[in-house]
Design a protein around this ligand. Structure first.
Ligand code: GAR
Length: 205
């Protein structure tokens, strides 16, 4: 049966589009993006989803208490029979309710080598700190910001002439690649969790 993925986004939607492409091309086998949800009216990612004929929902968060909002999002995901939730530039913290509701089934992509530089503008933080390597991380989501068990990372060398824009662009190409890999791995179930470590299912047996 086709596995159903829900994507939550707030902006551009390039990671969403990379996942949609990977489903269509079979790099994520037997899966589809069943629903794209945005908290922001006018998010370009919503237009990209519509152009692909993927169902979308805009659920504005303004004025709503976090859990009240998250219950609406969870209901939309349930209605679409989503089994895996992928955050793709979703600029909201999730409530404990939501994290528990989809426990172990929420992934996030972040543009740094976590635990370095969580939060906003990770690429700017990395550049300003002066690191020589940055990159990106796909991790399971828990109640804390950019903090759950790490599934995959990719490193990107920082060049002397990098700006936030040039560094972000090279990291983004890696984001698209490892998000696909991580989603495939999680849907296949080819991993096991030991403490904070996400290991290959075969490792240590
Ligand atoms: C990506 O770089 C993603 O890693 C980042 O937002 C961008 C969204 O781009 N997410 C975070 O910073 C989350 N803490 P996209 O809308 O083109 O996928």
């Amino acid at each position: 049966m086709t596995r159903r993925i829900g994507v939550l986004l707030s902006g551009r939607g390039s990671n969403f589009e990379a996942l949609a492409e990977s489903c269509a091309a079979g790099r994520i086998p037997d899966a589809e993006i069943a629903l794209v949800v945005s908290n922001r009216e006018g998010a370009p990612g919503i237009d990209r989803a519509r152009a692909r004929g993927i169902p979308t929902r805009v659920i504005p968060s303004k004025g709503l208490e976090r859990e009240t909002y998250d219950r609406q999002v969870a209901a939309a995901l349930d209605e679409a029979r989503v089994e895996l939730v992928c955050l793709a530039g979703y600029m909201r913290l999730l409530s404990p309710f939501f994290v528990a509701r989809f426990s172990g089934r929420i992934l996030n992509i972040h543009p740094s080598l976590l635990p370095a530089f969580p939060g906003l503008e990770a690429q700017r933080q990395a550049l300003e700190h002066g690191v020589k390597w940055s990159g990106c991380t796909v991790h399971f989501v828990d109640e804390n910001l950019d903090a759950g068990p790490i599934i995959l990372q990719a490193a990107v060398a920082v060049r002397d002439d990098d700006t936030v824009e040039t560094l972000s662009a090279r990291i983004l190409a890696e984001e698209h690649r490892i998000y696909t890999e991580a989603v495939r791995m999680v849907l296949e179930g080819s991993y096991r969790i030991a403490g904070r470590r996400v290991l290959s299912a075969a490792a240590g047996r």
